[in-house]
Design a protein around this ligand. Structure first.
Ligand SMILES: [Zn+2]
Length: 323
């Protein structure tokens, strides 16, 4: 999407141009339709804040300011110093890192979300971004509420070298802890999601949703085509082909995403029925966001579902409690 400022007009986004069909769309209509092109249906990028507005109940969410910022651990300089790139990205987005931590309600259900913003250095995964996602996951674990991760990234941040690659293991471990505890995790793949992000938390959640035509992969199609020396099939790495291959569970247009994601998550939330937050469980030290009373948000039996697996687990749990 390209915004077209109009000379002499204070509103710099009066018009927008679709990146696929190049239609020019009136800015207010474009915003009203959640950055979906009315002509071709292309889903243009949303900022992290716009995504939060789209997904959460109106006035039902807050940004959790963790104050985690990227650091130049390698003293990296390419065409400009990494520190300068960080400052430019912060000025552009108003964010500390490429991930925004948000908590709020979706159709009345409390969740915590880690939302990536592609404008922040291509949504690249830095140590700070990995820490925000990990803290969000630890918060979901401590409070027993679902975790949503919205991905939009070109991959690991090259300016942090191995430190950025280590975030794949770190975030995956945090998700594994949620899996062990039976807390629901949902990934929303938006265009584009590549590299270490696609290879870790974007595909490691219980449910993987995607927007129409969102691209996801490890290496990009041009690199793959040059490596194997073959033409790639039409629609390669798009959400539609990934759905056929089993990498994506469901595709949802953005205008129905909030309701459908909530409904889809509810039908799968049965995995949460096997226990509560594990008291005494060792957790990584860090600024975990906790509710004021420190109590879990809901008991496992609060999940009203008709899932046979859940029912079996619950019956077994009741039997063991009765002994
Ligand atoms: Zn279009």
């Amino acid at each position: 999407m390209t915004t077209i400022p109009v000379t002499g007009n204070d509103d710099a986004t009066v018009w927008a141009a679709c990146s696929r069909c190049h239609s020019v769309i009136y800015g207010k209509r474009f915003d009203r339709e959640l950055h979906v092109c009315a002509e071709c249906g292309s889903h243009e990028r949303l900022t992290a804040r716009e995504r939060a507005c789209q997904l959460f109940d109106p006035a039902g969410w807050d940004i959790v300011d963790l104050g985690i910022t990227p650091s130049d651990c390698l003293g990296f300089v390419d065409s400009k110093p990494y520190t300068q790139r960080i400052e430019e990205a912060r000025a552009l987005t108003g964010m500390h890192s490429a991930v925004l931590c948000v908590r709020g309600t979706v159709d009345g259900h409390e969740i915590i979300a880690a939302i990536m913003d592609f404008r922040f250095m291509g949504g690249s995964l830095s140590a700070a971004a990995g820490e925000v996602i990990t803290v969000a996951a630890e918060t979901a674990l401590s409070e027993w509420i679902p975790l949503l991760i919205v991905s939009a990234s070109g991959g690991a941040r090259m300016q942090e070298g191995a430190m950025s690659l280590m975030q794949m293991a770190k975030t995956n471990q945090a998700l594994a802890d949620l899996d062990d505890a039976g807390v629901l995790t949902v990934s929303l793949v938006t265009d584009p999601t590549y590299g270490g992000v696609a290879a870790s938390y974007a595909t490691a959640c219980d449910v993987v949703l995607a927007e129409p035509a969102a691209r996801m992969g490890f290496a990009g199609p041009r690199v793959i085509q040059q490596t194997i020396g073959q033409q790639l099939p039409k629609g390669f790495q798009t959400a539609e082909s990934l759905l056929e291959q089993g990498f994506v569970d469901e595709i949802h247009p953005v205008e129905t995403l909030r309701h459908d994601a909530q409904a889809g998550a509810a039908t799968r939330a049965g995995r949460a029925g096997s226990g509560g937050p594990r008291s005494g469980r060792a957790t990584r030290a860090g600024p975990v966001v906790r509710r004021g009373d420190g109590a879990p948000h809901r008991a496992p039996d609060d999940v009203r579902l008709r899932d046979p697996v859940v029912d079996r687990v619950r019956r077994a749990a009741r039997r063991s409690r009765g002994r």
